[in-house]
Ligand binder design. Sequence first.
Ligand SMILES: [Zn+2]
Length: 197
Amino acid sequence: MRCTNCSKESEISIASNPFCKSCMVDLVEKRIRKFIRAANYLKKEDRVLVIGKFADKVIKGIVKGLPLKIKIKEDMGFNDDPKGFIERLNKEEHEYDKIILPWTAEHECCLFLEQMLGKEADFSILGNTIRQKYIKLFRPLQEQELEIFAAAKGFSFQRRKKDIYTNILDTMDRKYPESRFSLLKSIDDLAVALDKR
Ligand SMILES: [Zn+2]
């Protein structure tokens, strides 16, 4: 199969579109840039806390030329419990204008399922982050895409541990490809609706 973009031999297929590695990397970078710029998340001189070295590398590539006061924090424990990680950040939250998380589509969907199926049903950190301090840097991406992108940038990307929520997502994906994107969209709609109340 040929790359959808440049017609070189393709190596990867995303949502049944074949891509070569270099076009894939460009595409991912563009998608993150668009996500960050569209929401106008970052302003000059913002005090920014970035979680993890990979997110730091990506954000610096995107905001070239924009003067920010960036501090990095280890992402230890983030991947398996992003909600707990955010709760632990509460104390130092006020020191920053923005906090950038290595948050993927999987983190979003799994947390949503967890809240839907649990007793607490806390949706406060779900949805697009427009009115919030937290920026979910990799939310428009799937783990598979992020893995390729990270490798091209010299980082190793750790997938989430398999649990009942990732299993539900995998089952949905097999039956209805693209369902993950519909779920993300629904989460956004729900977050907006809850915010208006
Ligand atoms: Zn290509």
